[in-house]
Ligand binder design. Structure first.
Ligand code: CA
Length: 240
């Protein structure tokens, strides 16, 4: 599951902190929660990989010096199937370590000790970079429009004909995965891996169920979809 519901009903972005030092986990976790994130924690590479699959984070904060394996090893495994933003934390202050982390797929790098304010600012920036470009038909930056649907990618709210539409976290993640790739054919495996994780890449029935939910909530006529298009035996395509 990705976004979780906050008390206001909005979908909070999810951060996963992989760090073995409890005091740093505590400080980073509190700061991110205060900034609107739902936070999960792991202490080892092994726990981190499990939590990445189950929590579906929108951001990963990764320490490089972990007790079971090097954080770089986690990053290399992760990048085989996910492009989720990763901010690396490291006590190491050598140029070569920084270069190795960025080469392995880190998006950003902070050397300990770091300012918590700087970390939360970079966490927010990581999500702005993820937002798709403004959609067709004059969508404002940070929103994506198709048909009578407007998706606000910053507040994570969806309206159809001006009225709020409630999406579950899985429905929302599926929708934004398709919005990030408008008009492009996304295979069943692409979508299943992005939304549920690589262990689910063959569960096509999940997609059938959730695409049907999105059509019911967002299409004018769910029986004749104009936006969530089925490509026979291959996948799906979002037509704005
Ligand atoms: Ca450490």
């Amino acid at each position: 599951m990705a976004q979780q519901h906050s008390s206001s009903g909005n979908l909070r972005p999810v951060a996963l902190i992989i760090e073995d030092e409890p005091s740093i986990r505590f400080v980073v976790s509190k700061a991110l929660q205060a900034d609107g994130w739902a936070v999960h924690e792991a202490e080892t590479v092994r726990q981190g990989l499990i939590q990445t699959g189950t929590r579906r984070p929108d951001l990963i904060i990764l320490d490089l010096g972990l007790p079971d394996e090097d954080g770089l090893r986690y990053l290399q495994d992760l990048r085989a199937w996910s492009s989720v933003p990763v901010i690396v934390l490291s006590a190491k202050d050598f140029e070569t370590d920084k270069v190795a982390a960025l080469d392995a797929g880190a998006d950003d790098y902070l050397t300990k000790p770091f300012s918590v304010k700087e970390l939360t600012a970079r966490a927010r920036a990581s999500q702005r970079r993820r937002l798709p470009q403004a959609g067709p038909g004059g969508s404002a930056a940070g929103t994506f429009n198709f048909g009578t649907v407007e998706v606000d990618l910053i507040s994570r709210t969806v309206k159809r004909q001006g009225s709020d539409v409630h999406l579950t976290p899985i429905e929302y993640r599926l929708l934004i995965t398709m919005i990030a790739n408008p008009r492009k054919l996304l295979t069943h495996a692409d979508l299943l891996t992005a939304v549920w994780g690589p262990a689910y890449s063959h569960n096509r029935e999940y997609l059938r169920v959730y695409i049907a939910c999105l059509r019911k909530k967002l299409e004018e006529n769910p029986a004749e979809p104009k936006h969530f298009i089925t490509e026979a035996s291959t996948g799906y395509r979002l037509m704005p």
